[in-house]
Design a protein around this ligand. Structure first.
Ligand code: ASP
Length: 416
């Protein structure tokens, strides 16, 4: 069986849905499970509904209507006859959501979020399934919430592998074409849960693992995994092959490759993951699989912006040793700093952090009680995997080097 995951960008409009059908026709429809995300930016639109529900009730119906209009427009471009049952089905789905919102008593934001936001995937999978039917492609619509069973950690639910494995094995017919939703599941009480933003890739990996699939393909608007972000670097190149561990390394340094949570189940069963362009489905794209690290073996560039570089030294010129370092980490942790790089010498300790929660001021005042602190805000951290002697040149042409760190495979430069 093969798993195809279509993200929001691939089904953002009627053209996208028609293109999905073309891809299926080219690559064979049977023994396939399609995992779909919400259409376009629908998850963001549902996030706004939740926000309005809690904070801005008078905008609530407007935000719901926007979602209805968006989907209805796609429907009217896909189906010529307005009496196709999908028109009223979409209406009914959104009516059910309104009923939930009018009856809900829970003040728990994350709980409400999951009950609401999961409607995005339900809508997209229903629409795509009806369209497949409309163009005479038979498919099984599957409610992922009956199969993907999780705990009740709303917005970031953890999978119950055992129950999920059983329900997937018992409920999916692997000889036909199936369509289901990414991102969503349900807890013990059958309330909707979600696996975290961008969680559909993870869903695809869960299904692949439980079905012992032969492959997973993620259809994207890029030709595959590139060696650099095209918005930052000129002439990025396509990586044809990456090993699971190399992909995890790249993700760790900040590349938007594939989330490690997605790779882990695939790596365990050695199921290859293809990243391909939905605009050019016959081109090979990238495969993430077992074996050699990376092909072609070229430098991979990753950049993280808006970091802060801190340099700490002891007030009395004593060495920075284990207990100071442990104190420093405790303070960084308490202030929710994301540590991206560390380097120490006898009397100083440098650390590059991302201040996601805007706590730098507090952090500095705490550190200053014990250390001499120098800091530079708004620095960038460039990481180059598989660097060569030319890799740093371009970056250092326009930027001042503040700190450099290298291992045999990775060069990291902090610049301002
Ligand atoms: N629709 C969800 C999101 O936008 C999940 C996904 O697409 O992966 O985050």
């Amino acid at each position: 069986m093969k798993i195809f995951k279509f993200g929001g960008a691939s089904v953002k409009d009627a053209e996208g849905v028609k293109n999905l059908v073309k891809i299926l026709e080219k690559s064979g429809k049977d023994q396939t499970l399609i995992v779909v995300s919400a259409m376009g930016k629908t998850t963001n639109s549902f996030e706004l509904v939740v926000k309005n529900y809690f904070e801005n009730k008078q905008e609530l119906s407007y935000s719901l209507n926007q979602i209805y209009d968006f989907h209805n427009k796609i429907l009217s471009e896909l189906f010529l006859e307005s009496n196709n049952p999908i028109f009223s089905e979409v209406k009914d789905i959104l009516e059910n959501l309104k009923v939930f919102l009018s009856r809900n008593k829970s003040p728990n934001y994350s709980f409400v979020y999951d009950q609401v936001v999961s409607f995005g995937e339900i809508l997209s999978s229903k629409i795509i399934s009806s369209y497949l039917n409309y163009v005479n492609i038979k498919s099984n619509w599957i409610d992922a919430r009956l199969l993907i069973k999780t705990d009740s950690k709303y917005r970031d639910a953890n999978l119950n592998w055992e129950v999920t494995q059983n329900s997937i094995t018992n409920n999916i017919n692997n000889s036909v074409l199936n369509i289901t939703q990414g991102f969503i599941g349900s807890d013990e009480n059958n309330f909707n849960t979600t696996l975290g933003r961008e969680g559909s890739d993870y869903s695809a990996a869960i299904f692949a693992y439980c079905l012992n699939a032969e492959s997973v393909t993620i259809w994207k608007d890029v030709p595959g995994v590139l060696n650099a972000d095209p918005r930052v670097f000129k002439n990025p190149k396509l990586l044809k092959k990456i090993s699971y561990t190399e992909a995890i390394e790249l993700a760790f340094y900040g590349a938007s490759v594939i989330h490690p949570k997605t790779l882990q189940p695939l790596q365990k069963k050695e199921i290859p993951l293809y990243v391909k362009s939905f605009l050019d489905p016959l081109s090979k794209g990238t495969v993430i699989s077992r074996g050699s690290k990376i092909d072609p073996e070229i430098p991979c560039f990753i950049v993280k912006r808006n970091l802060c570089l801190l340099k700490l030294s002891s007030l009395d010129f004593s060495f920075i040793v284990e207990d100071n370092i442990s104190d420093i980490f405790q303070i960084l942790h308490e202030n929710k700093m994301k540590v991206d790089l560390i380097q120490n010498s006898a009397i100083s300790f440098s650390v590059c952090v991302f201040d996601k929660y805007y706590r730098l001021k507090e952090l500095l005042s705490i550190l200053k009680a014990t250390f001499k602190v120098e800091y530079t805000e708004n620095v960038s951290l460039f990481t180059i995997r598989h660097f060569n002697e030319n890799s740093a040149k371009e970056i250092l042409k326009n930027n001042r080097l503040l700190l450099e760190q290298r291992t045999s495979e990775t060069l990291q430069l902090v610049v301002d």
